[in-house]
Ligand binder design. Structure first.
Ligand code: DSN
Length: 407
């Protein structure tokens, strides 16, 4: 029986997505193949455990599916071991802590205020409550990670695990340098590449797998798959601890999760295959090129961009003490979705920060290129300077959206 209430809400959301420009850098538009698999009968099956070691009957095809997904992930990222059951990025990171550390152990991550993630040790999160966290940030002048500072903090604090990776850092991450620092203090190195996984596989961001012992990623950001996560143990990880893979599996189930969402695992398998298509390399290159052009245009309109630009899929605009929350809502009125965000050394609190974060993955997935970025940057800057122009801008946004439909 059709549920009209729910269907109506979905229809409205579909229209919203079609008729607006999504510049939230952690979001994307998945293929119809990914969405179809997500809503399949696979979601009806319980499969606690792992292939050939399940706690329920009837898992013959589920085993085949999960093995297929694991093989695709291993091949795409070039790692010997993966777990594809994580419900999303935070549970995946939690599983790494649970597998490799004891409560109270010291972890060093990038501060949330400099672009790190909640699960990299922030005090309100499990990672800051049950583990001792110390942070590195960015240099006040360059707004780049200062690797010498990271090294000094690591030597002083001797963390058991260092996490690199970020949610709002617009520059490349030097995984090799992080590994050298981790080796100096005997720490595990975990790279959380949730934001940049799609850029890594398309070759436009350095690859963490030769350096990190363990790599986590969500599957729904630049990788353009369903909500989910992959935890990888690299060759270095296996060298450091040959049981690391088994420890990760045990941490995910039965440690933290119950039945895996096999419909999501199937959709991850689909997106991993899509990521092997040569067109995915073009997409990755275009995401970065679009972002660079967008950043340059915004700068030309007089806005300061954190660190002076971008090397990846996102940028942070400094609104000079004005509230990001107002800018986010003015842009929403203009049909352009962004999120308010702290900038490094922000004097305002995270709920009311001084910046906005914008990204190009979703626009690139719709087929937009440099020309569109120039125009959209103009529309964004115009709206930021004069909020009451939002309704007028919305009309142009709708025309652009019509020209670049979501697949
Ligand atoms: N919430 C995600 C982001 O938007 O970057 C990170 O988990």
């Amino acid at each position: 029986m059709e549920d009209k209430d729910v269907q109506n809400i979905i229809k409205k959301e579909e229209e919203r997505q079609k008729g607006t420009l999504n510049m939230i850098p952690s979001e994307n538009h998945t293929s119809s193949a990914v969405r179809e698999v997500l809503s399949s009968v696979l979601g009806d099956k319980y499969a606690e455990g792992y292939p050939q070691k399940r706690y329920y009957g009837g898992n013959k095809y589920i085993d085949e599916l999960e093995e297929l997904c694991r093989e695709r992930a291993k091949n795409l990222f070039g790692v010997p071991y993966v777990n594809v059951q994580g419900y999303s990025g935070s549970p995946a990171n939690h599983a790494v802590y649970f597998a490799l550390l004891e409560p109270g152990d010291k972890v060093m991550g990038m501060s949330l205020l400099s672009g790190g993630h909640l699960t990299h040790g922030w005090k309100v999160n499990f990672s800051g409550k049950y583990y001792e966290s110390v942070f590195y940030g960015v240099d006040k002048d360059t707004e780049l990670i200062d690797y010498e500072e990271v090294r000094k903090t690591a030597l002083k604090e001797k963390p058991k695990m260092i996490i690199c990776g970020a949610t709002s850092y617009p520059r490349l991450i030097d995984f090799k340098r992080f590994r050298e620092i981790a080796d100096e203090v005997g720490a595990y190195l975990c790279a959380d590449i949730s934001h940049i996984a799609g850029l890594v596989v398309s070759g436009v961001h350095p690859d963490p797998t030769p350096y990190a012992h363990v790599v986590t990623t969500t599957t729904h950001k630049t990788l353009r798959g369903p909500r989910g996560a992959i935890i990888m143990v690299t060759h270095s990880g296996v060298e450091k601890d040959k049981n690391m893979g088994e420890k990760i599996d045990k941490a995910v189930f039965p440690g933290l999760q119950g039945g895996p969402h096999e419909n999501s695992i199937a959709a991850i398998a689909v997106c991993l295959r899509e990521a092997t298509d040569p067109s995915f390399i073009d997409y990755g290159k275009q995401v970065v090129s679009n972002c660079r052009v967008f950043a340059e245009e915004i700068k030309k309109s007089g806005f300061r961009v954190v660190s002076g630009g971008t090397d990846n899929h996102l940028l942070l605009v400094d609104l000079q003490g004005r509230e990001g929350i107002d800018a986010q809502s003015a842009l929403e009125d203009a049909g352009i979705m962004v999120n308010k965000n702290t900038i490094p050394f922000d004097e305002n609190p995270p709920f009311n920060p001084s910046g906005i974060r914008l990204g190009t993955p979703a626009l690139t997935s719709r087929g937009m290129k440099e020309g569109e970025m120039k125009e959209i940057a103009f529309l964004v800057s115009q709206t930021l300077m004069q909020h009451d122009l939002a309704p007028q801008t919305y009309k142009r946004v709708e025309e652009i959206c019509e020209k670049f439909p979501i697949i």
